[in-house]
Ligand binder design. Structure first.
Ligand SMILES: [Zn+2]
Length: 524
């Protein structure tokens, strides 16, 4: 009897058709994005999805990737990017792909397209190498209705702004963003934002904020974000969580405690950071806010008036003193269109090159000259490593580049646009052991997917989109530096986006399989 069964089964197992897949990944260390330990395993990908995974699976496939010695993880989700207008400059999105990023959430810091439906259709038509989701940006909504007016919205204006956000959510935005240090965000009071956040909350969106202050008044700014979360009943994401200004170093103890306490009290708040001790923004942040209203012509006219110039210089010197600094060397010009020889030099250096006195007052004048000549983007070396690490150890902190798609050799941008994830995995996981590999990957994958409701991404699971990175944990490294920013990260041997091989043996294949991802309010 036994013999008969064996005889019967043997031929079937021999000749039964092996299931087929498009790409079979074999024998890697699978880190699935949950935060659980790695295990040795295989993954089968077909029609853009993960169709099977396990310790050993049996598939025939057109392409097999031997992942021996490599980590297999879900593609990274960068929750804080600024892609606007850069999508078509490099649709291969190499600065992201080479850093393991397969999905970007853009429209941050209050800046986005206001017609989200049109934008997402355009994204689908451009065909990028990465997936894109977007927030609707408050500053652009306000500008569309009120221009750069420095006042409260009227009831009618508020209604119009609410309607834009409502429509954006139906068109597929994943939430609302604010940039409250930028014009006209600085002019906006909390109730206006609560009203807009309520629109996003109706469609299960998120409220992502570049807060009003990340320095001396950071705790007030966190309280404002939490108030908006409570009042509008909306999940809060605090963007690029940091402590700016030497006088505030060490205060991450206080600010991370505030976040923990808010969660204990039932506020659904999470944070993100870029793993660097320098920030990057407009040089105009050195100038008092009230000077910056109404566009470049007005700014220029104001700064040329002697009494205003005198006031601006005194304010700049007061703030410098507060930072306990004698020079503006912590501010480095990244890109100044009017004179590109400034790019990469700090204000102290530029001031000396102009033949001016080696005094902070003369440096303040140099900044004003740069503003009059059209302004500049800048990198500010103003954070402490201890704060960066303390924020990193908070379990509900994600990593984000706060960057656009970098164009190789254009300007002197912040290196975070090239190296954020590789830096976390190389410097902070492998070298300094600040957090574990599994934990870092969870923060790059399932945590952002859960927060921004990207339901079929962020985990290695059957049925999930096949956004997959395969990298060498011993090699992974950010190469981009402040001095030489234009360099892709290393260590990512293979990257799949929607099941399409986009990095093959560390080289971009040219594939552009990314799609627009629409939020929970999207009307079919
Ligand atoms: Zn920002």
């Amino acid at each position: 009897m036994k013999k008969l069964v064996l005889l019967f089964l043997f031929p079937i197992s021999l000749f039964a058709q092996q299931p087929s897949c498009d790409i079979l990944i074999r024998n890697g260390k699978v880190i699935d994005g949950t935060g659980n330990n790695w295990f040795y395993g295989d993954i089968a990908v077909k029609d853009g999805k993960i169709i099977d995974m396990g310790r050993q699976i049996n598939f025939s496939s057109a392409k097999t990737i031997d992942a021996t010695g490599l980590i297999i993880a879900p593609g990274f989700i960068d929750v804080h990017t600024h892609l606007e207008e850069d999508e078509s400059k490099d649709p291969m999105a190499q600065s992201f792909i080479y850093d393991g990023v397969t999905t970007c959430i853009t429209g941050n810091c209050g800046a986005s397209n206001t017609d989200i439906g049109k934008y997402l259709h355009w994204i689908d038509s451009v065909k990028l190498s990465i997936n894109i989701a977007t927030l609707i940006g408050h500053n652009d909504v306000r500008k569309a209705v009120m221009g750069r007016a420095n006042r409260d919205a009227t009831a009618e204006e508020q209604q119009r702004m609410d309607a834009i956000v409502d429509k954006a959510m139906k068109d597929g935005a994943v939430g609302l963003s604010t940039g409250l240090i930028y014009i006209p965000g600085t002019y906006t009071k909390t109730p206006e934002i609560i009203s807009l956040a309520k629109q996003a909350a109706k469609y299960n969106g998120v409220y992502a904020t570049h807060m009003r202050d990340e320095g001396d008044s950071v705790t007030n700014a966190i309280e404002e974000a939490l108030t908006i979360g409570r009042e509008a009943k909306i999940p809060v994401e605090i963007s690029h969580f940091k402590l700016s200004g030497q006088q505030n170093w060490g205060r991450s103890k206080e600010t991370v405690a505030l976040i923990k306490k808010a969660r204990e009290d039932g506020v659904e708040v999470t944070i993100d950071q870029y793993p660097y001790t320098a920030s990057s923004t407009s040089i105009s942040t050195l100038i008092p806010d009230e000077i910056l209203a109404d566009g470049q012509d007005s700014i220029k006219a104001r700064l040329q008036r002697p009494e205003i110039k005198k006031y601006v210089i005194s304010e700049m010197l007061r703030k410098l003193k507060k930072r306990r600094l004698k020079h503006f060397s912590y501010a480095v010009v990244a890109f100044h269109r009017a004179d590109t020889t400034y790019n990469g030099k700090n204000i102290e250096e530029i001031n000396l090159l102009k033949g001016r006195k080696h005094k902070a007052k003369a440096e303040a004048e140099t900044v004003i000259d740069i503003m009059i000549a059209g302004g500049a983007s800048a990198v500010f070396h103003g954070m402490s490593e201890d704060d960066v690490k303390r924020i990193m150890q908070y379990p509900f902190n994600m990593f984000a580049s706060d960057a656009s798609i970098r164009i190789l050799n254009a300007g002197m941008p912040h290196p975070r646009g090239y190296g954020t994830n590789a830096r976390v995995l190389g410097k902070y996981v492998r070298e300094e052991k600040v957090i574990s590999m599994e934990e870092a990957i969870r923060r790059m994958t399932s945590l952002p997917a859960q927060k921004f409701q990207l339901h079929d991404r962020g985990l290695l699971r059957e049925g999930y989109a096949a956004d997959i990175v395969i990298f060498d944990e011993k090699e992974v490294k950010d190469i981009s530096t402040f001095e030489k920013p234009h360099a892709y990260s290393r260590g990512f041997h293979y990257v799949l986006v929607n099941g399409v091989l986009t990095i093959d043996k560390e080289k971009h294949t040219g594939s552009r399989a990314g799609i627009a991802l629409r939020g929970p309010g999207y009307d079919q």
